[in-house]
Write a protein that binds this ligand. Structure first.
Ligand SMILES: *Cc1c(COP(=O)(O)O)cnc(C)c1O
Length: 367
């Protein structure tokens, strides 16, 4: 029986009438940009994350860019980040004109290694941009302490981690500002592209909002140069339907992850994800690490089981980086040692034990 890496049809069918009503409602009004549904979603996300403000935008990549642009990060500045993430994290740094500086990751969690950050700080460093990779918060107390000591800003790339907690607080409320993505496969996904920023900083929120709408506080009056990045009304309405179920969906991901943990506990060739005790991970991806990654992947493919390598290549080794002036490729052995060895396996809300058993048997058959 084929098992997809992610099955989004389950949540659609479970809540079909709510989605259909919300979508029909938007078409009845036929007002597709901005309006009450967008404002409502922003209020709901801010309340959910525990922040004062939420500014919606076109996607998670834009959210990262808007945060840094609004915070005045630009040419000549360095931003410290992780090589183990989706490329958008680094693109946002480059797009504001700043230079990314990579710090190696921790084994097991794949998050930036806070203990290695200080050595990467230079007089040009302005900010640290950790990524809550695979749905687990980076060690934010340690990162914030370093930032405070050196007068740096901290931003969260929380695109994979909506709902994750760190010492009782939610991702999105753990630094100066945070970026979220509503890409369909994310834990809170819409029916296309979408994203938002959360922050407690009124000025940053206002600046991000201004840049996202052509630097125009009043229609056809432009005080600064901005761009166009907005969350469609239709997407906001869809997200408002899904948000009340997010904790339930994340809980199902967590249960499925623990089931895999137990099943792979006696397989020394499989490294399961390490969940730190400072909060709840939301398992955007359940990633196993193995030297036999290629063989496992082939077996899964033959069995019709969805999977994907996260990630094939650390970002500091990507060709695009060589386009940065003066770029020198750093050596980051932990991250490099994960290249092509980490495999995401099906771990979605609604996955059944029978499906998981089949995934487990297929993985173990290779060893
Ligand atoms: C998905 C993702 C992004 C980008 O979000 P988009 O909505 O696709 O632009 C950025 N960072 C991380 C870590 C992501 O997983």
């Amino acid at each position: 029986m084929a098992i997809p890496l992610l099955d989004l049809t389950l949540q659609y069918h479970e809540h079909k009438s709510e989605f259909d009503t919300a979508i029909a409602d938007i078409f009845e009004r036929s007002s597709f940009i901005g309006g009450a549904p967008v404002k409502q979603l922003e209020d709901e996300i801010a309340a959910y994350c525990g922040t004062k403000y939420c500014v919606s935008c076109g996607n998670g990549t834009d959210a990262l860019f808007l945060i840094m642009y609004a915070a005045g990060i630009g040419r000549g500045d360095e931003v410290i980040t992780t090589p183990w993430t989706f490329f958008a994290t680094v693109e946002a740094i480059q797009h504001v004109g700043a230079t990314p500086v990579f710090v190696d990751i921790e084994p097991g969690t794949y998050n930036i290694d806070a203990e290695k950050i200080e050595a990467a700080i230079t007089p040009k460093t302005r900010a640290i941009l950790p990524v809550h990779i695979f749905g687990q918060c980076a060690d934010m107390d340690a990162i914030n302490a370093i930032a405070e000591k050196h007068g740096l800003l901290v931003f969260e790339d929380a695109c994979q981690a909506i709902g994750a907690t760190y010492k009782g607080k939610r991702a999105g409320s753990l630094a100066k500002a945070a970026a979220f993505s509503f890409f369909p496969s994310k834990n809170l996904g819409c029916a296309g592209d979408g994203g938002c920023i959360t922050t407690d900083d009124a000025e940053l929120a206002e600046a991000a909002r201004l840049f996202a709408k052509h630097g125009s506080p009043v229609k056809y009056h432009h005080t600064v140069f901005g761009g166009n990045s907005r969350l469609d009304t239709l997407q906001a309405a869809i997200l408002s339907v899904k948000l009340p179920y997010l904790d339930e969906f994340n809980g199902q991901r967590h249960d499925a992850a623990k089931y895999y943990d137990a099943a792979f506990a006696d397989a020394p060739e499989i490294e399961t994800p390490v969940e730190r005790d400072f909060g709840q991970m939301v398992y955007h991806l359940y990633v196993i690490k193995s030297d036999k990654c290629e063989a496992i992947q082939a077996a899964l493919k033959a069995a019709g089981i969805g999977n994907a390598v996260y990630y094939p290549m650390s970002l500091h080794l990507q060709e695009a980086l060589t386009l940065l002036p003066g770029w020198q490729t750093p050596s980051l052995p932990v991250s490099e040692g994960c290249d092509n060895k980490c495999l995401g396996i099906p771990c979605f809300p609604g996955i059944t034990k029978e499906q998981q058993d089949e995934v487990i048997a297929t993985v173990l058959s290779v060893l």
